[in-house]
Ligand binder design. Structure first.
Ligand code: IMP
Ligand code: MG
Length: 186
């Protein structure tokens, strides 16, 4: 098997950067199990689980494997213009659903709800397909920043207004592969 040190791919300043741990891998896994249990208790019908790319990919993968109802899986991707650590209100769809959503129970899976701009745009977009229900599940929730009326049905952890990386989340497309959530300090 061809194997190469991962650090090879990172610029030197990133390689040596120390990342403070905010939520450990075992804390994440424990909370994902609890969220799945909550969802399993509230859902017997089939679910269309929609992950928001790219940030939700690890959370989504761990969560769906613990769900007990019949599920189908799809992904959407949105892009929002803004600087590298803050989104703006302008959100465009980059990738849409590829399965029919009408009359389905949808569970939208997000990595993090920060301002909620992305979530709001995706929510309105998915609503236009006339699903039977539309619920939100996010791993992280910057609750104190959230000013929208869209209900967050399930969330893993509330966090302060800080920029986090790992377990799917990135800074400049790096750190998504970490199995824990760290704080990105500039
Ligand atoms: P929002 O539109 O401000 O809620 O944020 C939209 C997206 O920005 C999230 O789905 C994440 O992909 C990304 N994002 C927001 N906050 C963070 C963070 O602290 N770390 C990494 N990505 C973030
Ligand atoms: Mg996201």
């Amino acid at each position: 098997m061809f194997c190469q040190k991962l650090s090879y791919f990172y610029p030197a300043n990133v390689q040596t950067k120390k990342i403070p741990v905010l939520i450990s891998a075992s804390e994440i896994q424990q909370r994902v199990r609890e969220l799945a249990e909550e969802i399993n208790q509230r859902h017997n019908d089939s679910l269309l689980v929609v992950g928001v790319l790219k940030g939700s990919f690890l959370f989504m993968a761990d969560l769906v494997r613990l769900l007990s109802c019949p599920i189908t899986v799809d992904f959407v991707q949105a892009s929002s213009y803004g600087n590298s650590t803050e989104s703006s209100g302008e959100v465009t769809m980059v990738k849409d659903l590829t399965v029919a959503a009408r009359d389905k129970h949808i569970l939208l899976v997000e990595d993090i709800v920060d301002t909620g701009n992305t979530l709001q745009a995706l929510y309105w977009h998915l609503e236009s397909y006339q699903p039977k229900s539309l619920q939100i599940c996010t791993l992280l929730f910057k609750k104190h920043k959230y000013r929208l009326s869209i209900p967050i049905d399930y969330y893993g952890f509330t966090i302060e207004d800080q920029f986090v990386i790992g377990y799917g989340m990135d800074y400049a497309e790096q750190f998504r592969h970490l199995d824990y959530i760290g704080i990105y300090e500039t």
